[in-house]
Design a protein around this ligand. Sequence first.
Ligand code: NAP
Length: 317
Amino acid sequence: MGTLGVLLTCPMDSYLEEELDKRYKLFRLWESPSEKRVDFLRTHAPGIRAIVGNVNVGVDAETISALPKLEIVSSFSVGLDKVDLDKCRERGILVTNTPDVLTEDVADLAIGLAIAVLRKICVSDRFVRSGAWKSKGSFELTTKFSGKSVGMLGLGRIGMAIAKRAEAFGCPINYFARSEKPSVGYKFYPTAVDLAANSQVLVVACALTEETKHIVNREVINALGLQGVLVNIGRGSHVDEAELVAALTEGRLGGAGLDVFEREPFPSEELLSMDNVVLLPHVGSGTWETRRDMADLVLANLEAFVLNKPLVTPVLW
Ligand code: NAP
């Protein structure tokens, strides 16, 4: 397998990088200064047949065009918003991702965010650490999560896993997706606004596409309302962050738990000082166990490609 040239777009996982280095001829894109990337790609293009990218640095049309020998893109992520799928389709390039193995971790974190916002876990942690418990006495009362109606924006693998967890907390589940799913027994709403108007906690778990960019806009936020809580474990661009900040500042929304932001790693400044938000640095799949499984899936897909076997988790084939 030593002859396959693989381009790794950025540092993403040390085990994955070591294994790729052992098995293939590995090219590290970030080792070349950004102004020299075009030269780097031109120099190594004849040897690069595979790319491994992730949520930070994916595979855009320009990179694909610079690599005439490219045959497979294996993304270290389930979301493919950073891969130019149209360009891959046009060129007949295979695409794989890492579904399922990260579902449980992301779902766990979504529930964690909802509870952290409603029960003010981070604020009360700061209360203890600052000595305020001793000087000011009891912490303020908060709001329960159990029994709140949960609206799922997207009911795919991760959305279903979140819904199942929320059900165990006695939460009625509503959802909006491209298609109604009569078998799930949850209530379908035909628009994101209708869903938000009928939910106390709105969780974003859909794929990011042109259609779902800013799916959480001013209207949706207003429909969720001043007691409502938004949880985003999808992608930052699902939410119009300026509108979110405005709603939180003006008291039109109860709170937000965010794992993702429009410009990472630069969440809107205003969010940093708000006590009704919990902010995480895009760590939905960030456990040792899951990152190992994701890496193994990338490796298994590349191996299948080299051996001319069926891909393990194909998106385009
Ligand atoms: P999935 O199984 O493909 O589910 C995607 C869901 O999005 C489906 O329910 C789909 O609706 C819905 N959807 C797609 N286009 C839509 C539209 N235009 N309007 C409404 N709903 C739409 O994917 P998954 O494995 O659950 O992953 C979901 C997303 O989570 C990923 O794409 C990624 O962005 C994000 N994610 C984030 C992290 C993190 O670290 N925070 C980690 C992993 C994944 P249908 O069911 O009707 O097709």
